[in-house]
Design a protein around this ligand. Structure first.
Ligand SMILES: [Zn+2]
Length: 92
């Protein structure tokens, strides 16, 4: 059975963490370079999230909430309301 890639989900978490760190740095130093780099990293992370973190069965995107992606090693397990497929990570 197809599952969500944990690696990809972690990649998104890392992107968002870097985004937050760079935004913090930008606010502290008033440096536009940090701001732009943070923005690019954040947008990149969200692009990966919306292109890769989908229901592995039908491609439904909205059902998988940001909260589910932000769990570094916790399990998720629920039925996709669109296709009834089980959504879980592949690291079991
Ligand atoms: Zn589905």
């Amino acid at each position: 059975m197809k599952k969500l890639s944990r690696k990809t989900a972690r990649f998104v978490i890392v992107c968002l963490a870097i985004f937050a760190a760079l935004m913090g740095l930008a606010a502290l130093t008033q440096n536009m370079v940090f701001f732009m780099a943070g923005l690019v990293t954040g947008v990149f992370g969200l692009m990966i999230r919306s292109s890769k973190i989908r229901c592995p069965h039908c491609g439904e995107l909205k059902m998988i909430k940001m909260m589910d992606i932000l769990k570094w090693s916790e399990e998720i397990h629920f039925e996709c309301p669109t296709c009834g497929g089980i959504i879980e990570y592949d690291d079991k």
